[in-house]
Write a protein of this length. Structure first.
Length: 151
C-alpha cells in the first residue's frame, strides 16, 4: 500500500471539502493536511487492528488532536480544521450500500451494513468528542491555575 499516494488523495479531497465550506484561503493547506493525517492514521490502524471501527476511532482522535493544536497555534477555532479533516473518514460507501441492500429487499444485509456504518460514524463522533472534552478540561484547568497564581 502506498501511504504517500493515499495521503495526497485525502489531502485533495479534504481541500475540495474545505473550498465548499468556504474555509479562508490562508487556512486551506492546514485544513487539508488534517485530512491526510487522519487518513494515514486510519490506514495504519486498520492494517494492524483489522477493525474499521477502531481505525475510525483512532483516526478521528488524531484529526481532533491535530485540529486542536493547529487551532491553538493559529488562534482559530479547532472546528475550522476538524470539520474538513474528518471528511475522508465519513463512511459514505457504507451508507450507500445500506440503502442499496434495503432497496434490493435484502433486509439482513441492509441491517448488517447499516450497523457497521453506524458503528464507524459513532466511533468518529466519539473520537472528536473525547478530544474536545479533554481540551476543554485542560483549558479550564489552566485558567484555574492562572487565577490561583494571581496572573
Amino acid at each position: 500500500m502506498n501511504y504517500i499516494t493515499d495521503a495526497l488523495w485525502a489531502l485533495f479531497a479534504t481541500c475540495g471539502s474545505a473550498l465548499l465550506f468556504r474555509v479562508p484561503k490562508k487556512e486551506l493547506f492546514a485544513a487539508s493536511l488534517g485530512g491526510a493525517v487522519g487518513w494515514v492514521v486510519y490506514l495504519l490502524v486498520q492494517g494492524s487492528a483489522h477493525s474499521e471501527t477502531v481505525a475510525a476511532l483512532i483516526a478521528s482522535i488524531a484529526v481532533a488532536v491535530y485540529a486542536e493544536v493547529i487551532g491553538f497555534l493559529k488562534q482559530k477555532p479547532a472546528t475550522l480544521y476538524s470539520t474538513c479533516a474528518i471528511i475522508p473518514l465519513v463512511p459514505g460507501a457504507g451508507m450507500y450500500y445500506t440503502m442499496f441492500e434495503a432497496v434490493q429487499g435484502s433486509a439482513e444485509k441492509a441491517w448488517a451494513t447499516g450497523f457497521a456504518t453506524l458503528s464507524i460514524a459513532g466511533a468518529i463522533a466519539a473520537g472528536l468528542a473525547i478530544v474536545a472534552s479533554l481540551t476543554r478540561i485542560i483549558k479550564l484547568d489552566g485558567r484555574h491555575f492562572r487565577k490561583s497564581r494571581g496572573d
